[in-house]
Design a protein around this ligand. Sequence first.
Ligand code: NAD
Length: 720
Amino acid sequence: MAIDYSVKDGVAMIVWNMTSSPMNVLNDDSVPAFGEALKKAFSDADVKGIVITSSKPEFVAGADLKMILRNQGGDPAEMLKISAGLNELFRRIETNGKPVVAAINGTALGGGLEICLACHYRVALNNPKTKLGLPEVKVGLLPGAGGTQRLPRMIGMQAALPLILEGKELSPKDALGMGIVDAVAETREEMLEKAFSWIAANPKPLKPWDEINKKTGKIQAKDNYKVPNGAVLSPVGMQTFTVGTAMMMDKSKGNYPSTQHIMSCVYEGLLVNIDRGIAIEARHFVKVATSKEAGNLIRTMFLGLNEANKGASRPKDIAKTEVKKLGVLGAGMMGAGIAYVSALAGIEVILKDVSQEAAEKGKDYARSLLKKTVERGKFDALKAEGVLDLIKPTANADDLAGSELIIEAVFENRELKATVTQEAEPQLVNNGVFASNTSTLPITGLAKASANPANFIGIHFFSPVDKMMLVELIVGKETSDYALAVAIDYTRKIKKTPIVVNDSRGFYTSRCFGTYTSEGMELLKDGVNPVLIENAGKLAGMPVGPLAVSDEVALDLVYKIAGQAVKDGVLAETDTSYQIGKQFTEMGRLGKKAKAGFYEYPEGGQKHLWEGLAELFPVSTQQPTLEEVKTRLLYRQAIETVRCFEEGVIRTRLDADLGSILGWGFPPYAGGTLSFVDYVGISTFVSECDRLAETYGERFRPTPKLRAMAAAGEGFVEKK
Ligand code: NAD
């Protein structure tokens, strides 16, 4: 059962209530049932109007993306048929002659909101948790059930484009302000009352883009409908289009592959009547829905992310745990951030540093972030005060008593970490867990200082902690499943995404991310123009060029980490990042923090590449193509991930992919560093790696196992 149908006082109630799926979604089950219910209401002479609503917390959460994945690689004509069926149904809502009202009781996203847009009137229940929006762009799709046609026709192109291009989600009140819903109600009764009275007052509604055919009396699309706030071909319309394209290219950095199609839908669609506009949209929808990029985004960033957030990597046979009291050692940049995100999740935090003053400074950081949240209207002052009260700064280790988890974020120094571990551990509850936020020191080694190494784990946050969604959990040789379960439960409680990796040098994220910066330096050494290097990184979909990000990391840190690897005999002294790290550290060009690195950071001015680079790394007369530079940057990260996977550093395809996208910004359209291999095709990947190895060095050489996989036609992505 997907849809309940009843008639009350001459009004048909079509109520979404899917039992086959946890949420109401558009899929093979619900769409036919919805169609049947509508047909029944259209054809029943006793029915004067129709209300569409849901008896679940959400209205309709969107289309079932698994359905799109299933159809990938299939016949595009099939997908066009599905899309045409849906569009015909929605168009019938508009043109059937009877009033249809969407009573939006909860979240309506994507196809869910498109149902509402097709209705004649929309009344939403005022609940701050309700989200209304068209987020399809985030999974490489576009609203394919009339969203790109109806929304701009309703509220104008200028207001509609950012919503469709960025997938922004609105509260009912905001949607009311923008004219996307017509009314807001405080209770379900009031919502239905408003729906019923609108139906009574509007027996023959007509959409502004439709007209009545004088001869047949039937509703049809109007050819000369004027879109609000300026017609498309007016100077304003043209300007919006141009500015929109530029803005989107900048914002998405090429990561949202459907944006160009969305622009075309809106621009071409508004030049014609709604029926033809919808046909244009359908054509573009099929193109994006069958694209590899959409498949990657759906698989990793939607379905995969949901799985990981639900604890896919959590050991199964351990009862749910909960951290109510957390100790954080070190109130510096990371400690303060960890305290803040934990307090936000309602956890009591003891924030310890060497002095009360230093600890208070950490709390001040949380205070400043909360102030901004209040200013932005996300929290009221009372709630912010409540969060802040949960953070208790101290210099006294005794205050940690009764913590279920303690995370240390003191300086990156083995001896210091050992000391704080031994000082704090006795304060844990029985079977409590101790974690290190180290970015470079192997967990198994650090656990030696612990009285209970089974309960010692790495919980590696990323900076800035409040913004970065990933947490890398590092399992040492002796770490127990129990400690991992505690860490995963805690990560989920603070609403971050966990990935699980085995202990190794640089763990997973730092090791593979390091190949991006390192390849940037190799390119520089090879005489490639630094402007080309930086642009290629960004055009490949990375958030920042490799040289700029090296500056952010700090070149003395690059030198220190590479230096340790040289000392440990795993890196040759001739290694490029070691050499360049050393050279720049000795020059005092440590990166952004020193206002000098590969870039110059003039006071009050724009950063720009340092002119001195030309002397240190003369630019060759023969420059590689943009594609070649992009290939080097992306393949290098992917081949290192393959090695991590084979070595067991990373355990699953999903953890590898999510870690690369959320951890260091590998392009989401490629699905992550392991999916990238399948994206380009495993045979192509192997032969390209061989070519790159011949030309630039053994670091690109494919592993024997990868060759065998390619020969057997296997891949990393699960086959449907
Ligand atoms: P930081 O220098 O900002 O802060 C370290 C804090 O530890 C200081 O406030 C210091 O007073 C305090 N401290 C020193 N000894 C202490 C003791 N005995 N007891 C309690 N507090 C003590 O450093 P950070 O950038 O926050 O890094 C902390 C840890 O997190 C390091 O291990 C680092 O490698 C790791 N990490 C850093 C980043 C990053 O981007 N900065 C990212 C991930 C992990």
